[in-house]
Design a protein around this ligand. Structure first.
Ligand code: ZN
Length: 166
């Protein structure tokens, strides 16, 4: 496995549409393994292939209850609404309030190409939506209600440290 470089906002690749994955081979598995290592190192809860410079419809999510790999994902159903803080490993200094569905049903392939249906709620639903957005060149700032101020970001980061210690 290897850590890959996470592309940031200035890179126009983030605005491009990713292509479907067609080969479920060792090359794909290597990319997915590298994405996991890169996400973990950066303390992220999700990462799309485009964020490591690859225009492939592959994302990973881990909100603390296990790693999920979504290949060629599509959202089948969404309901409810949540508004919460959202950030992105590709926009490291920015946080915003973003409205997302509270529950989503997603169809996706796994790393061997098998289709399955996954459901997610709360933070996991938010992460699924955020990562799947990346595949079509959308960033969370496109959907934000408002940007968080520097003061709010500072307070949020302090809270996080305290929770981590608790
Ligand atoms: Zn992101």
């Amino acid at each position: 496995m290897a850590i890959r470089k996470i592309v940031t906002e200035e890179d126009p690749i983030l605005r491009k549409t990713s292509r479907p994955v067609q080969k479920f081979d060792e090359k794909l598995w290597q990319i997915l393994d590298d994405m996991k290592e890169t996400m973990d190192k950066a303390n992220g809860v999700g990462l799309a292939a485009v964020q490591v410079g690859l225009l492939r419809r592959a994302v990973i999510v881990d909100v603390g209850d296990g790693l999920v790999e979504l290949i060629n994902p599509e959202i089948l159903e969404e309901d409810g609404e949540q508004e919460g803080q959202e950030g992105c490993l590709s926009l490291p200094q920015q946080w915003a309030l973003v409205k997302r569905p509270n529950h989503v049903k997603v169809r996706a392939q796994n790393r061997r190409g098998a289709w399955r249906i996954l459901e997610a709620e709360g933070l996991k639903a938010r992460a699924f939506c955020h990562e799947i957005d990346h595949l079509d060149g959308h960033l969370f700032i496109d959907r934000m209600t408002r940007r968080l101020s520097e003061e709010e970001i500072r307070r949020m980061q302090e809270d996080r440290v305290q929770k981590g210690k608790g």
